[in-house]
Design a protein around this ligand. Structure first.
Ligand code: SF4
Length: 383
C-alpha cells in the first residue's frame, strides 16, 4: 500500500521529542484511544502499548474496548484488517505505516486462490469434501473466501483444534490450507497425517505442480507460502547450539520448516513460547526460533530469574515490515487523531484501515467459526 511521506518535522524528530509528544497526545486523547502492540514490535513502541499480544488476541481486545473510538494497531496490515472486521462500526482502526505488510500474507492473492479452488473442485468430488482453512496471517479477502465456503480461520495456537473439527464433521474432508505451508504441515504431521498425504500447491505452476491423479490420496493441500523470518532458522543452528551447550532447550515457532520443527525440543505459538519461557526452571538455558524483538525482550525479563534466553540464529531474525512502525510514525498518527478530534471537518484521519462491508461480513464468519471451535475445544479439555 502507498504511504504518504511523513512531514519533514517527523523525519528529523529525535527520539526524546517523539516520546514526549506521544505521551502528551495519549493523555490528551484519553480513553477514546487504545494503542495495540504486537509482540514483534520494537521496545520503543511496546512502551506505549495499552495491550500487547498476538494478532488475534489484540483484535479481540480492540473489540472489547467499547469506549475506544481510535485503535492504533502497531503491527502489520492483515492485523489491522482483522481488528476492523471484529470491532464496531464506530471504531476506527489506524495502522501507523501503510507499508507494514506481511510477506506471507502477500503470498496468497485472492485471484490465485480462486483459480486454485476452481481447479481443485474439478479434481476432488463429493459434497463438502474440500474445506478452506486460512491462517489469520492472510488478507481479509482470503478470510472472506473461506467464510463463503464453509471454511474458517486458524491461529498457530488453535490450528490443530480447527483441523480436528473439520475432520470430525467429515472424516473424508480435504483441507486447503492457506497461506503458510509450514504451519499446515507441522500441525497435520503432529496429528498423525503422513507427509505422503499432503500436497504442496505452487500457485506459479500449472495445476499447482501436483500430479492430477494424486488428489484422492491427499488429505491436506498446503499453499506454498512461508514467513520470511521463521524460514531463516535451520537444523544446523540447532545442532550448533546443542554442541556448544548440551543441556540447552530449543523452542521454535510452527512457522519454521518441518525439519527444524522435528529437531526442536518444543514447537509452539508465540503465546506458548512466552508461557514456556516464563515458566522455565531457574538455571535453564533456551534458544528460541522466533522474531528477535520478542526473544530479546524475553531474555531481558528472564535474566533476573537466572534463565538464559537467546535467539537460535546468530543473525538478527527481524520482521522488517513490523519494524517499519517507529516513533515518528506513531507520533504522526497520534497528532493527526488529536487534530481530527478538534477539527473533524478540516483534518481527515490518516492511515485508517477499512475493510469493505461484503468482505467484512464473510471474513467475520470465518473468524467466528474459528472462535466457536476454539471455545468448544477448550470447554472439553480435561482440567
Ligand atoms: S513475522 Fe512473518 S508472518 Fe509475522 S508479520 Fe512478519 S513476515 Fe508476516
Amino acid at each position: 500500500m502507498y504511504q504518504i511521506p511523513l512531514p519533514e518535522k517527523y523525519e528529523t524528530m529525535d527520539s526524546d521529542a517523539a516520546i514526549r509528544q506521544i505521551r502528551t497526545r495519549k493523555e490528551q486523547i484519553g480513553s477514546t484511544l487504545v494503542i495495540l502492540g504486537h509482540h514483534y514490535q520494537r521496545d520503543e513502541i511496546i512502551q506505549f502499548a495499552d495491550f500487547t499480544g498476538d494478532s488475534l488476541k489484540l483484535s479481540q481486545i480492540a473489540a472489547q474496548q467499547k469506549e475506544a473510538e481510535y485503535i492504533v494497531f502497531c503491527g502489520v496490515h492483515f492485523m489491522a484488517e482483522s481488528a476492523d472486521i471484529l470491532t464496531s462500526a464506530k471504531q476506527k482502526v489506524i495502522l501507523p505505516d501503510l507499508t507494514a505488510g506481511c510477506s506471507m500474507a502477500d503470498m496468497a492473492e485472492i485471484d490465485q486462490v480462486e483459480e486454485c479452488w476452481h481447479y481443485l473442485e474439478k479434481q476432488i468430488s463429493g459434497p463438502n469434501q474440500l474445506i478452506p482453512v486460512t491462517y489469520v496471517n492472510s488478507s481479509a479477502a482470503i478470510k472472506a473466501f473461506c467464510g463463503r465456503r464453509s471454511g474458517m480461520c486458524c491461529t498457530s495456537s488453535n490450528c490443530r483444534a480447527i483441523f480436528e473439527a473439520v475432520w470430525q464433521a467429515n472424516p473424508q474432508a480435504k483441507i486447503l490450507f492457506l497461506p503458510d505451508e509450514h504451519l499446515g504441515r507441522n500441525t497435520a504431521y503432529r496429528m498423525g497425517i503422513p507427509l505422503e498425504q499432503m500436497a504442496l500447491w505452487d500457485p506459479f505452476e500449472p495445476g499447482g505442480g501436483i500430479p492430477a491423479g494424486s488428489f484422492s490420496r491427499k488429505r491436506v493441500i498446503l499453499w506454498k507460502g512461508y514467513c520470511s523470518v521463521h524460514q531463516e532458522f535451520t537444523v544446523e543452528q540447532i545442532q550448533k547450539a546443542r554442541a556448544a551447550e548440551p543441556q540447552v532447550k530449543v523452542i521454535v515457532h510452527p512457522e519454521c520448516c518441518f525439519e527444524v520443527a522435528q529437531a526442536a525440543d518444543f514447537v509452539g505459538s508465540t503465546d506458548t513460547i512466552i508461557k514456556t519461557i516464563r515458566a522455565a526452571e531457574p538455571g535453564s538455558s533456551w534458544v528460541v526460533g522466533t522474531e528477535i524483538n520478542l526473544v530479546n525482550r524475553l531474555a531481558g525479563e528472564m535474566a533476573a530469574k537466572n534463565v538464559k534466553v537467546r535467539s537460535l540464529s546468530g543473525t538478527a531474525c527481524l520482521c522488517e515490515t513490523m519494524y517499519r512502525i517507529n516513533l515518528p510514525h506513531l507520533c504522526w498518527v497520534l497528532d493527526q487523531i488529536a487534530e481530527h478530534i478538534e477539527n473533524p471537518a478540516q483534518v481527515p484521519l490518516v492511515n485508517r484501515i477499512v475493510v469493505e462491508e461484503t468482505i467484512k461480513k464473510d471474513a467475520r464468519l470465518a473468524l467466528q467459526r474459528m472462535l466457536d471451535i476454539t471455545a468448544a475445544a477448550q470447554a472439553v479439555k480435561p482440567a
